[in-house]
Write a protein that binds this ligand. Structure first.
Ligand code: DON
Length: 589
């Protein structure tokens, strides 16, 4: 696995004049503000595709796979809550979307009850007890390429099953068995591969064969084709043990034995005491206001919530709606906010159980105003001159997202991951599931970029039992005290900026949910010092404007994000937006 930023980002992965003329464009039912006097934009669609949103009265699921979304709506129609549906979708994705769905990974739940109370659950993986700070360095102190990314040493202790069991224990209404049943059936009887799933499997075939000698899961002598049936009998048995034993069906007994044996076979670190000790943790949601809206998001150990709120507060006082979507000034200010926020991320953020994180200071108005004090529309800042901010008293000491809303207005946003596509690419022999490669999200060595080009320091150094820093940003937005948006996406380091743009697309630019998801995106993460953007995200004039002011731009061949989101419209209906960049599908009823 190469460590170059674009390769990973490509797999998943604004400004104008200050005196714009107003132009309102209608598309389908939606109307969005396209306020820009940039004539070079006129023939460029701002959207990846012209897919229409899915509108329904009662409930909605938007996920990476049509079958998983259908499973969720079936649960809602059977009287399940958003939580019940989310659990069923999570297990279904583990079957139908093997590159990211996962039993062997981890993630985060953001849940907002219809009453307005919000909760967040951290089921992020943890470093095994035998992990140590320099475990990915050679004898001369250099990072050994690929060691934290592929193979047995790349895995953290999985959190997914503990997370789902805990979510169900606290908030589930339907029986646990009912929620596992669809996934078990899909694994046992088989699922038809989409063209994209087939291609993805073919791309990782060499790694799967090399790391899993003698195992035949997801491996076929010939190439996978669209429409092939993928049967996963061992996975069905593992899911059956989870159905019968809940937590013990994964962290003890047969599944645990298979997992620890797999670790021994391949020189991995996870042991039975690691599995016994794994707990999902309820954490206080991070919240903030943006104009009339309330943002509810995930606190550390993901950087997502903190960074998203920093970004929104940094741009809040600029007239983005007046400038227009991806107009010169809009993009300039967003890029410069992103540069500063990702520098803070690298310096301050890590597992709150291990490092003190100055969250209150990082999202405070004064701090963020000072951070943007040297911003200028005339000239790009240079990342080498920007470092994490100064906070008095602070001592340096393939992912998938889905959104669910039920008929009562309860809302769930879950982002969950194996990290890279198909994780470590190691199967637990006999158990039929892949293990994560989340250890790569730690900073293997201060200043050395990980697979997403992200750098880190002390706060995200490896320690036994510590959670690695994430960028996942499952988020719920309220408008005037009521549910408004449920959003999130995979995409590694681009997750935060994709969620940022999608929220602004609705709140500032008046897009529908689907338009906001389909809208072309861009991303800056401090280091490397450049802005990547999807084809046509910027007009030729905007590209010139940015380059003349010193912004380094790189047009991607691939795409950014795979956003699955839900909007509660003013007429009370739900609009599901599913990312047209992949197989993502919204289903409502
Ligand atoms: O937790 C994180 O931030 C990463 N492990 C997410 C990886 C990811 O989004 C890959 N999928 N596109």
């Amino acid at each position: 696995m190469t460590k170059s930023l674009p390769l990973i980002l490509v797999a998943f992965l604004a400004i104008g004049s200050c005196q714009p003329t107003k132009r309102t464009v209608s598309q389908g039912k939606g109307v969005y503000q396209f306020l820009n006097d940039d004539t070079t934009r006129r023939n460029l669609s701002p959207f990846f595709s012209d897919r229409a949103g899915v509108v329904a009265d009662h409930g909605m699921v938007s996920s990476a796979h049509p079958v998983a979304s259908r499973v969720g709506v079936d649960i809602l129609e059977a009287g399940g809550t958003a939580i019940d549906a989310a659990i069923a979708v999570k297990f279904a994705l583990a079957v139908v979307h093997p590159s990211a769905g996962n039993l062997g990974g981890g993630g985060f739940v953001v849940y907002r009850e219809q009453s307005g109370r919000a909760y967040t659950l951290d089921f992020r993986e943890k470093a095994p007890a035998k992990a140590f700070r320099d475990m990915y360095l050679d004898s001369t102190g250099n990072v050994i390429a690929g060691l934290s990314f592929t193979g047995h040493l790349a895995s953290g202790v999985p959190g997914t099953v503990a997370g789902m069991v805990e979510t169900h224990r606290r908030f589930g209404k339907l029986a646990w068995e009912t929620l596992l049943a669809p996934a078990i059936q899909l694994a046992d009887r088989g699922v038809r591969l989409t063209a994209k799933e087939a291609q993805a499997l073919n791309r990782v075939k060499a790694d799967l064969e090399r790391l899993n000698p003698g195992k035949n899961y997801l491996i076929k002598p010939t190439d996978w084709l669209e429409g092939d049936t993928l049967v996963q009998k061992d996975l069905a048995k593992t899911l059956g043990r989870i159905r019968d034993g809940k937590r013990a069906g994964f962290y003890a007994g047969e599944t645990a034995r298979l997992l620890t044996e797999e670790m021994q076979r391949g020189g991995g670190l996870i042991t039975q005491p690691d599995l016994d000790g794994y707990q999902a943790v309820w954490r206080e949601p991070i919240t903030a206001t943006y104009k009339d809206y309330k943002i509810i998001s995930m606190p550390p150990p993901t950087s997502g919530g903190v960074a998203l709120i920093q970004l929104l507060k940094m741009v809040e006082n600029y007239p983005l709606a007046r400038w227009g979507w991806n107009a010169d000034s809009t993009v300039m200010v967003m890029i410069e906010a992103e540069r500063r926020v990702y520098a803070d991320r690298a310096k301050f953020l890590g597992d709150p159980d291990f490092v003190k994180i100055p969250v209150t200071e990082l999202v405070s108005k004064t701090y963020l105003r000072n951070r943007m004090a040297d911003f200028s529309f005339a000239k790009a800042s240079e990342s080498k001159n920007i470092s994490g901010g100064r906070i008095p008293g602070y001592e340096s000491s393939e992912t998938t997202h889905f959104s669910v809303v039920d008929r009562d207005g309860n809302a769930v946003a879950i982002t969950t991951t194996l990290n890279g596509g198909y994780g470590s690419r190691v199967f637990v022999g006999g158990a039929g599931f892949l293990l994560n490669n989340e250890m790569d999200d730690f900073s293997a060595k201060p200043g050395v970029p990980n697979a997403y080009g992200l750098v880190g320091a002390e706060a995200n150094a490896i320690q036994p039992g510590k959670r690695m820093l994430s960028a996942m940003t499952p988020t719920i937005v309220e408008k005037e005290g009521k549910l408004y948006l449920v959003v999130g996406t995979p995409g590694g380091s681009t997750i935060i900026t994709s969620v940022f743009q999608t929220i602004l697309n609705v709140l500032e630019h008046g897009m529908t949910m689907q338009q906001a998801v389909s809208a072309l995106k861009f991303h800056h993460q401090w280091l490397p010092d450049k802005t990547i953007y999807e084809q046509n995200a910027f007009s030729p004039a905007t590209v010139r404007f940015l380059q003349e002011r010193g912004q380094v731009l790189e047009e991607l061949k691939g795409t950014i994000g795979r956003m699955d989101a839900i909007l509660k419209r003013a007429d009370g209906k739900l609009e599901g937006g599913a990312d047209p960049r992949a197989d993502d599908t919204a289903v409502g009823y």
